[in-house]
Design a protein around this ligand. Structure first.
Ligand code: MF3
Ligand code: CO
Ligand code: CO
Length: 263
């Protein structure tokens, strides 16, 4: 098919029924993070966190953990500790006092995906750990605030990047946000860096994630021998927060924001 000037992309526009299902999936994913928060403490293994989330997703939510067996990923959530950037595999690692951890949850509910992640602290974090987590959160919020019909994907990237870099942190470029729906990773790609006014135009009914990975040091990363875990090359701390967003006629809706909670 040729691309038309009127619609120069292949981004699915969700119907009202699909949006209702995306809301339910988003809320389900957020509820997993609410559930697991109190369990993140020194002494717990990342594998124990994975088991708790898996059971909750399957038994309480009647949903499916999307990461399990996704391209060979062996577990139901991602747990990325300290200098791990993303895609950490839960295992026998025991969390120590001061560790910081991203837990990334994606559920499939009635055929639709909800994808969200937050930072958690095992005990009191160091000042730099708290700061990189706060900068990553602020960068996500700036990205979300750029979401409205008529804005472009590059506006999101620009908002994220300028916020993070003005706070002396760096933005990982190898991984990006993504369209989401019946598919885990759909079009468009949402880069967390770039130039305002570039990229495709946002339209009501688009659903995608914003999930900036922010490093306290340099932006460069490498993948470990397990072929999943991404770490900073300079061993600096890294943080990430993720929400699933819907573009509405007036702006946006954060599908993974828990009920009666602000950003
Ligand atoms: N949830 C991640 C994302 O935000 C993807 C994890 S893929 C996995 O896109 F296979 F590592 F689970
Ligand atoms: Co995602
Ligand atoms: Co995710």
């Amino acid at each position: 098919m040729t691309r038309s000037a009127a619609r120069p992309h292949n981004v699915p526009i969700k119907t009202d029924t699909e949006i209702e299902a995306m809301r339910a999936a988003g809320q389900a994913a957020a509820s997993v993070l609410d559930m697991i928060g109190p369990h993140v403490e020194p002494g717990v293994t990342t594998e124990a966190l994975d088991r708790l989330c898996h059971q909750y997703i399957v038994d309480e939510l009647g949903a499916t953990p999307a990461p399990l067996n996704y391209r060979g990923f062996p577990k139901s959530i991602c747990t990325s500790v300290n200098q791990q950037v993303c895609h950490g595999i839960p295992g026998s690692r025991v969390l120590k006092k001061g560790d910081i951890l991203n837990i990334d949850v994606t559920v499939i509910k009635d055929g639709f995906h909800g994808d969200t992640s937050r930072m958690f602290f095992a005990g009191e974090p160091s000042r730099v750990a708290r700061r990189v987590s706060e900068v990553a959160y602020g960068a996500l919020v700036r990205g979300i605030e750029a979401c409205r019909p008529g804005a472009r994907t590059g506006d999101i990237g620009h908002a994220v990047q300028s916020y993070a870099e003005s706070h002396r942190c760096s933005v990982v470029r190898e991984y990006c946000g993504h369209g989401i729906g019946r598919g885990f990773h759909e079009e468009p790609q949402i880069l967390h860096y770039g130039r305002a006014g570039t990229g495709i135009e946002l339209e009501p009914g688009m659903t995608f994630t914003i999930e900036p990975m922010i490093n306290a040091g340099r932006r460069h990363v490498k993948v470990l021998g397990d072929r999943w875990t991404v770490v900073t090359k300079d061993h600096s701390l890294s943080a990430q927060w993720e929400h699933t967003i819907l573009i509405t006629t007036t702006g946006h809706e954060i599908l993974t924001l828990p009920p009666d909670r602000g950003l």
